[in-house]
Design a protein around this ligand. Structure first.
Ligand code: B4P
Length: 190
């Protein structure tokens, strides 16, 4: 079973590359950002709480996203593998994911990190904000907050997987197809 964590700052290309990876390897896509946005759209209590935080660019509580991933793993017990997109974003989430997978006799195969400079991230997200309608893409201050959250809370997750010899990093600037080929190379050599 292939269980891939796709890692990187906001705007690194995780969502973009996930679509191509799912198609090639027939994995189930678990994006906590997408799951939270569907809760917001459905107007659930969880969605209302998450919206306030997401609109500011800060992370939602660990318990909330861990609970969502737990439910999805239960729902897809026959999946050939998973791509975790935007999760884990804290060491606590990474530890919880290991425990959840262990309870299904599974583990993470590899983490692939996309490296993109901050200036390029800001540019991409502001461009996406012109059409996405996402409040967190439309304002430079909010984008700065998201990058700050990433640098302070999420980068330690890379060390967590590095210690398990599961960490691979790839340049995330350039043609989408070339980046995809590099990700496939990393997946297949692990
Ligand atoms: P996410 O939905 O995960 O948002 P994201 O990181 O901005 O998206 P992504 O990184 O997938 O976008 P992509 O690069 O593909 O999270 C949103 C919010 O939800 C968080 O701020 C947080 O509040 C909350 N949240 C989610 N998960 C959480 C968790 N686990 N714990 C706590 N809170 C959580 O695309 C960006 C743009 O770049 C696109 O327009 C794309 O076209 C473009 N692009 C991609 N690749 C490119 C390339 N090679 N060249 C040029 N442009 C490119």
């Amino acid at each position: 079973m292939l269980n891939l964590v796709l890692f990187g700052p906001p705007g690194a290309g995780k969502g973009t590359q996930s679509e191509k990876i799912i198609e090639k390897y027939s994995l189930v896509h678990l994006s906590t950002g997408d799951l939270l946005r569907s809760q917001i759209k459905a107007g659930t209590e969880l969605g209302l709480k998450a919206k306030t935080l997401m609109d500011q660019g800060v992370l939602v509580p660990d318990e909330v996203v861990i609970g969502m991933i737990d439910a999805k793993l239960q729902e897809h017990q026959d999946a050939p593998g998973f791509i975790f997109d935007g999760f884990p974003r804290t060491v606590k989430q990474a530890e919880a994911l290991d425990e959840l997978l262990k309870s299904h006799n599974e583990q993470i195969s590899v983490m692939v990190a996309l490296l993109v400079p901050d200036e390029e991230l800001k540019k991409r997200l502001l461009i996406r904000g012109q059409t996405s309608g996402r409040p967190d893409d439309q304002n430079e201050e909010k984008i700065k907050t998201r990058i700050f959250e990433y640098n302070s809370k999420t980068t330690p997750v890379a060390d967590y997987y590095r210690q398990q010899n599961k960490f691979v990093s790839i340049g995330g600037v350039g043609e989408i197809e070339e980046i995809f080929e590099a990700i496939c190379g990393a997946v297949e050599s692990n």
